[in-house]
Design a protein around this ligand. Structure first.
Ligand code: ARG
Length: 424
């Protein structure tokens, strides 16, 4: 009996060819693992296909619930947006898939796992770093990275090995999707100057085709976790699905981004992420009501670090947990309701309230009932101004006198001829 490998199997051409390739080249018994993170594919068909290709067993796992609970919602609480714009759908899914691969490998007594990532992307990094943290004893095989076949050669290989190649016209795009969003790359998108053609979008209507009438929705949040849409109490999965639908209908959540990949290149990425965009907006607006200014400033820094960790594949790291401890501490007070208006491609927060709000009407108002102590401002300004006044008195002529900084003192000219001359 040969050695066993568990392959993360999507049912597509790459991973189907990988089944045969692992059997042939490594003489291994292949077990497939297909995971549902909320993509629209028919998983029973994927399983059948794997079995027809002679795998030892084909596992299918619906991991949507843990995906939302342990990955999506924590990332929402953290405010994690890579480079400020990408809600990290694919990046959040990878560590979960890696964890399930490791678990199935243990159950099956497999000594290796395999994935269908190329050598140019982020996903190989995320899978393999996660596996190193969770199951360092496992061997990892990356067939697509190893075999060096072109698309045509792959199709030839598929025909030669009885692998069905779907006769659909081949899309020039590479896509990935789960509950938290959809990504599209390659084809004409590789020219960052080209507007993405309408055909790349599947979830979100162009603003021109959205309803004229705006839609106002209310999102209820408790301790940073959304749980209510208008008057419906919804489980995470349903809430996200419904927001994806509503956002898509109103043209909200298209993202066009030139992104810095882990492997050192820039790439142009299109995303569709209506629910993620709406929930991040709502969550942040609520934080604006309940968190102190310093906490918000600091949390922004944490959010950017956190997003990098997720993007770079370091989910299973101590640093992640350290940051999460801070995030969870802040979320104890993030409870309330946010109202968002969806209209012709835009989503605008138009209302927010919370029982723990630090916004106090009597302090904020300019009307009667104003409880703010105006007189106290005088002393406050005096002390705030004290260091500035001192500085101005002593250094003002240097700091503010009319002069230009000459940077030649810190930007040396070409030094090589200078050094040569010295040696003469
Ligand atoms: N650029 C995104 C990321 O790194 C999306 C990657 C999509 N993956 C794919 N295999 N098409 O998270």
């Amino acid at each position: 009996m040969g050695k066993k490998v568990v392959l993360a199997y999507s049912g597509g051409l790459d991973t189907s060819v990988a089944i045969k390739w692992l059997q042939e080249k490594y003489s291994m018994e292949v077990v497939t693992l297909t995971i549902d993170l909320g993509a629209t594919k028919e998983l029973s068909k994927v399983k059948e296909k794997a079995l027809r290709l002679g795998v030892r067993s084909a596992h299918v796992i619906d991991a949507r619930e843990p995906f939302v609970r342990y990955f999506i919602f924590p990332a929402l609480q953290a405010g994690a947006m890579y480079e400020g714009v990408y809600p990290l759908a694919t990046a959040l899914g990878r560590p979960l898939i890696a964890k399930l691969l490791a678990e199935v490998a243990e159950e099956e007594g497999a000594e290796a796992v395999a994935h269908g990532c190329t050598g140019k992307g982020n996903d190989q990094v995320r899978f393999e770093l996660s596996l190193q943290a969770l199951a360092p004893h496992l061997k990892v095989i990356a067939p697509v990275r190893e075999w060096g076949m072109s698309r045509e050669e792959e199709i030839e290989y598929a025909h030669a090995h009885g692998i069905p190649v779907e006769a659909t016209k081949k899309s020039p795009y590479s896509t990935d999707e789960n509950l938290w969003g959809r990504s599209i790359e390659c084809g004409v998108l590789e020219d960052p100057w080209q507007e993405p053609p309408e055909e790349v979008f599947q979830w979100i209507k162009p603003p021109e085709e959205t309803p004229r009438e705006p839609l106002i929705i209310e999102i209820g949040i408790e301790k940073g976790i959304p749980f209510r849409l208008d008057n419906k109490y919804l489980k995470g999965i349903e809430l996200i699905e419904e927001l994806n639908r509503l956002g898509g209908l109103h043209g909200v959540g298209r993202i066009d981004h030139v992104e810095n990949r882990v492997v050192g290149i820039k790439s142009r990425e299109i995303y569709e992420a209506p629910a993620a965009i709406l929930l991040h907006k709502a969550h942040r607006a609520l934080e604006g009501m309940v968190l102190a200014k310093e906490a918000m400033r600091f949390k922004d820094m944490v959010a950017s670090q956190y997003a990098d960790i997720v993007y770079n594949g370091q989910w299973f790291s101590a640093f992640h947990l350290d940051l999460m401890a801070y995030v969870l501490s802040t979320q104890r007070v993030v409870t309330g309701v946010v109202r968002i208006k969806l209209s012709r491609g835009t989503a605008t927060v138009v209302g927010r309230k919370s029982p723990l709000s630090l916004y106090k009407y009597d302090l904020a108002t300019y009307e009667k009932g104003d409880a703010f102590e105006h007189k106290a401002a005088e002393g406050f300004i005096k002390l705030q101004g004290l260091p500035l006044k001192t500085q101005s008195q002593i250094q003002g002529h240097l700091l503010f006198g009319h002069q230009e900084i000459d940077f030649s003192s810190v930007l040396p000219p070409k030094l090589v001829p200078l050094l040569e001359k010295k040696g003469d």
